[in-house]
Structures are given as structure tokens and as C-alpha cells.
Design a protein around this ligand. Structure first.
Ligand SMILES: [Zn+2]
Length: 436
């Protein structure tokens, strides 16, 4: 398999040279942000750190963190470093849990973003000849437009279909001969289900690779998507506060993590409790500093995503560090009777059980002082019409496997196929009814 790079020189730069480039960019960034953005200056003064204190990359840890609340507190444009007339686009979060967070881009930022997104597409083997079906939501969310500009930059053909109306999506995929699919992994499974209902064999389509992201998903879910859509499923990472999609992407030559485009995004792993930087290879919370963004640079942003950095040399030749698949978020981590539970761990168990469909929901309640976890999961048609005893065996098996892996006893409720809510974007896996 020949390897496709977008910017080979930078993607394969020896690590010492990469480090020198990162340091130079970091120093410039910190000096500029200190001068132009009051909230950053206040925080740095408070921490007793000045731009000239950044002498090595290790000095990054002297700088204060930035968290989502900093964005809310400076709503809407308080953290921008350039006048508004230089901003060519804004994106914003949905703001379902308070004020939305707003990010802005200059013309050059849009170019940088399109470039890293084009790199991501190349990592997944996409070329100018591809027909790219972009089912990420278009609008304030960065997914749709971020991917869109990268696909155009690559020179491939983009189908800007956005989310929703699965039947139409599948018709377009078939008629246009889509070769690359971009969506959330949960929506990919919804598409597979819709294909099944339309009696369309995914093998009859031209899909070869999927680029899935915007929510944590397990390895077992990956296998499920690959089997049901007859394609190679790759993982992409990004978040609007840092840029949008295209911060990191899995290549076709590893099954261990996504290459971070480190010349633009500088990663750290910290202890989620103490904020201490952890040694290479340890698992913890991902923190990002943008090195080249103009309008909305961000310093040491706490992503709340749990991952690990892998510094092995990758078979693809890229020297860029890889981040392991995000296994959970510090804020969707459930604490059930003192045990840390990530929905992706439950998913991992479910996807490994025969007869279970990849649609599930976790409902947490508090009864008296005791937390209870119920896992609702759809079973396949054949199983559901089976005898009660077989259903009981199946739920017993799932309960045991969850107990073995997570150490938590739960109630398993098997439900009929297609009865749980289907999301067109990020799936809602947890309903937490506890009033804490
Ligand atoms: Zn690689």
C-alpha cells in the first residue's frame, strides 16, 4: 500500500527539529497572547509567569490552564486576539448547558484548518479521485464545514449532505458512488440499519473508508461499523476550542492511535485530579496548546478527554506522536457506588456479545443512598422472539461481563430492535436521573 502524505516534509520531520519548531512557535504565541488578551495576561501575572520564562518546551507546564468556563466568562469574543474585521468565520457550541462557547477564525486560520483536514484525509488514504460523503452536521458545529473545506483543499469531490434523512443519504451514496464516509460512529451505524431496511447490501456500494469522530467509541464498535458498512473505519479527533476536526487522525498503518498534527497543536497528558503533567505513555487528560492559530489561540486547554500518547515510530513514516483512541471523558465518567465507569467500557462489553445490537443506553438512578445502573440494549430480531429462558441467559451473560470488567453490578434490560432513540449527531448514551 503506497503512503499518501499531504505535507510529507513536516509530517516526517525528525523529532528534534519538530521540537525546535514547536518551541519557536510557542514562544511567539505566548508573547503575542500576553500582549493582546487581557484574561490571559491576568492569569499569567497571577501565576507569576512571564513570556520570557518559556525557554524550553517543558516550561509550558508553568503556564495556567484554560478551561471551558474561561470561554463562557469571556463570551462572546473576549479571547479573540485580532480585531473583528479580521475574523472571517465564527463557530459556537450548542450551549445546552449554559452560555455557548464561541470560537473565531481569520482567513489564515481557515487555510491552516483546511490544510490539517486535508492531511487527515490523506492519512485515511483519500485522494483527489475520491467522492467524499460528508454527513457531519453543517452549521455552528465545526464538524461539517471543517471537514468540507479540507475535502475541497485535497481536491476530492465533497457531497455536503450534513446529518439526517438517512434514506436520502443512502440513495445519494449509491447513485454518486461515494467512496469515503465522514460521520459520527453512531450515525454510521444508523446508516447501516437504514441500508438494511432498504434491502441495500453495503457490499454493492463503493465505500472503502470511513472517517469517524466527535464522540468516544470503542474498538468493538469499530469492528461492528466495519462489518456492517463493509469499509475500513478510521478515527479522527478534533474539538472546536482547539480548531475543529483535523487535530489528529489515524493512518492506515497502525491500530494504535491517531497522529496529532503537532506542528500546529501541542499535546500534553495531565492528571485530571491534580493537573500535574504525566510522564510519556501514561494515561490521563489531554491538554492542547495551539501553535499557529491567529484569531483564537488557546493555551493549555483542558479537553476532558482521556487518552495516552504513543511515541513509537509508525509504519507510515510519520514522526508525529499518536494519541490513543479516546476512551472516555472526565465529565461523562460516571461514578457508580464509588467505581469509575465510562460508557465506552459498557459499549465494549456489549459489542462483544452475540445477538446484541450496537444501540444501548445507560440509565442511572439513586434509590435511597444507593446508585443503580440499568443498561438498556437492543437485541436482534431473532433473539427477541426466542424463549424467555434464552433472553434471561443473555442478560445474565451481559451482567456478568460488565461486572467482571468494571466491578459494578447492573440491571440489564433487553429491548426490542429499533426501540431506543436514534441520534443524528452525537449519541446520548447516558441518562443520569440522580439529583446530586
Ligand atoms: Zn502512521
Amino acid at each position: 500500500m503506497s503512503i499518501i502524505y499531504w505535507e510529507k516534509e513536516i509530517e516526517t520531520l525528525p523529532r528534534a527539529e519538530l521540537g525546535a519548531l514547536q518551541l519557536k512557535r510557542l514562544q511567539q504565541l505566548v508573547a503575542r497572547v500576553y500582549k493582546t488578551v487581557k484574561p490571559y495576561r491576568y492569569k499569567m501575572d497571577e501565576a507569576g509567569v512571564r513570556p520570557e520564562d518559556i525557554k524550553t518546551l517543558k516550561d509550558l507546564s508553568k503556564l495556567p490552564f484554560t478551561v471551558k468556563d474561561d470561554l463562557r466568562d469571556n463570551y462572546p469574543f473576549g479571547l479573540f486576539t485580532v480585531p473583528l474585521e479580521e475574523i472571517v468565520r465564527v463557530h459556537a457550541s450548542s450551549g445546552t448547558t449554559g452560555k455557548p462557547t464561541v470560537v473565531g477564525y481569520t482567513q489564515k486560520d481557515i487555510e491552516t484548518w483546511s490544510g490539517v483536514m486535508a492531511r487527515a484525509l490523506c492519512c485515511a488514504g483519500a485522494t483527489r479521485g475520491d467522492m467524499v460523503h460528508n454527513a457531519y452536521g453543517y452549521g455552528l458545529f465545526t464538524g461539517g464545514l471543517g471537514a468540507h473545506y479540507g475535502i475541497e483543499r485535497l481536491g476530492a469531490t465533497v457531497i455536503p449532505v450534513s446529518g439526517g434523512n438517512s434514506k436520502r443519504q443512502i440513495n445519494l451514496m449509491r447513485d454518486f458512488g461515494s467512496t469515503v464516509l465522514l460521520s459520527t460512529p453512531s450515525y454510521a451505524l444508523n446508516l447501516a440499519e437504514a441500508m438494511d431496511a432498504m434491502n441495500i447490501d453495503p457490499g454493492s456500494l463503493s465505500l472503502k473508508v470511513g472517517i469517524f469522530g466527535a464522540e468516544p467509541w470503542s474498538e468493538n464498535m469499530r469492528e461492528e461499523v466495519e462489518r456492517k458498512l463493509n469499509l475500513k473505519a478510521t478515527d479522527i479527533y478534533g474539538l472546536s476550542e482547539v480548531m475543529g476536526p483535523g487535530v489528529a487522525q489515524e493512518c492506515l498503518h497502525t491500530d494504535r492511535g491517531m497522529h496529532i498534527f503537532e506542528d500546529h497543536f501541542l499535546p500534553e497528558i495531565v492528571d485530571p485530579e491534580t493537573g500535574e503533567v504525566l510522564p510519556p505513555g501514561e494515561k490521563g487528560e489531554l491538554v492542547f496548546t495551539t501553535l499557529t492559530k491567529e484569531a483564537f489561540p488557546i493555551i493549555r486547554y483542558r479537553t476532558k478527554d482521556i487518552s495516552r500518547l504513543v511515541y513509537d515510530t509508525c509504519a507510515c513514516g510519520r514522526t508525529l506522536v499518536r494519541m490513543e483512541k479516546v476512551t472516555g471523558r472526565t465529565d461523562d465518567m460516571l461514578i457508580i457506588r464509588g467505581v469509575n465507569v465510562f460508557p465506552s467500557q459498557v459499549e465494549h462489553v456489549l459489542m462483544g456479545v452475540e445477538g446484541v445490537e450496537p444501540h444501548y443506553q445507560i440509565v442511572v438512578e439513586r434509590q435511597g443512598n444507593l446508585d443503580t445502573m440499568q443498561v438498556q440494549v437492543e437485541v436482534s430480531e431473532g433473539i427477541f422472539s426466542d424463549e424467555i429462558r434464552k433472553l434471561e441467559n443473555l442478560s445474565g451473560q451481559i451482567r456478568k461481563e460488565i461486572k467482571d470488567l468494571l466491578g459494578v453490578t447492573c440491571v440489564v434490560k433487553l429491548v426490542e430492535p429499533k426501540t431506543l432513540y436514534r441520534s443524528e449527531g452525537k449519541a446520548q448514551r447516558v441518562i443520569d436521573n440522580r439529583k446530586i
